[in-house]
Write a protein of this length. Structure first.
Lengths: 112, 164
């Protein structure tokens, strides 16, 4: 597996871990559309404020969301570029195969 | 260009690459069956590969190391699932650490390669890469398909196109 152009090493680890949880994926979707306070997010899920806050912290560490202080509230916003990086993995895989096929051709050309 | 088709199916989490060669099936198979040939094309041009283990049999493992332009190392492996020489193999391609231990935190990609004779000579190679459906990588790609996000993606795409 060599598709690591978009996200690599520890960075990718964090993103994959963060998105391996259904609630965290839903939080990312929600805050990509519109920013939400942590307490507004907490009202959307059947779990405690502390549990939702913990999910947000994991997403923040992975760079998928950012948190900004606004008065007494923390506003959570999704980072579209980070999610986009994941999608570009398929494009990176395509480029990888284009390079491979070109190099295969070069080896085969030596047969003549 | 010998690549004749690239299909990306985000719903099925697959990418299909079809390429055509003038060489016969047995010759193209050798590119994979011979580690010294495999290492000459497997890594990207700026990341040459060395194949350190090569057991292309069911249950076997192929292990490769790649070195980047700044000397950084990246290792990968294939877990070989099915082999039908000289036409087809099915492997799981994953990341490994410096000692060759598979990194199970990272996604693996299932890769199915098929070689078929072309009418009039030559070979058609079809490679289907599938991201493991249970894996976060797939979830990442699925997320990209969410309706609200598709709009945002389109906006960014047009912004980038304008800038180009």
């Amino acid at each position: 597996m060599v598709v690591d152009n978009a996200l690599s090493g520890a960075e990718a680890d964090g993103v994959f871990h963060a998105l391996a949880d259904a609630t965290r994926r839903d939080i990312v979707r929600t805050v990509l559309v519109r920013e939400h306070s942590v307490s507004a997010l907490a009202r959307r899920y059947p779990m405690s404020f502390a549990a939702v806050h913990k999910h947000v912290t994991v997403l923040e560490a992975a760079g998928l969301v950012t948190k900004q202080r606004s008065g007494r509230e923390s506003l959570v916003r999704g980072d579209i570029d980070r999610v986009r990086d994941a999608r570009s993995a398929l494009d990176a895989l395509e480029q990888l195969w284009r390079d491979r096929v070109t190099q295969m051709d070069q080896i085969l050309a030596e047969d003549h | 260009m010998p690549i004749t088709r690239v299909d990306k199916d985000l719903d099925a989490h697959t990418m299909t690459v079809v390429a055509e060669y003038d060489a016969p099936v047995e010759r193209v198979w050798q590119l994979y069956a011979d580690p010294r040939q495999l290492e000459r094309f497997w890594g990207p041009p700026t990341w040459p590969a060395t194949v350190v283990d090569h057991d292309l049999r069911p249950g076997g493992r192929v292990m490769y190391l790649m070195t980047g332009p700044d000397g950084e190392k990246s290792a990968g492996y294939w877990d070989v699932l099915e082999v039908d020489p000289p036409r087809r193999f099915l492997v799981d391609d994953g990341f490994a650490d410096d000692t060759g231990q598979p990194n199970t935190d990272m996604p693996t990609t299932r890769m199915e390669l098929e070689l078929a004779e072309r009418a009039g000579g030559g070979t058609t190679m079809t490679v289907v890469s599938t991201f493991a459906s249970t894996h976060a990588m797939t979830q990442l790609i699925e997320m990209g398909m969410e309706e609200g996000m598709r709009e945002a993606m389109a906006q960014i795409d047009s912004l980038l196109a304008d800038a180009a």
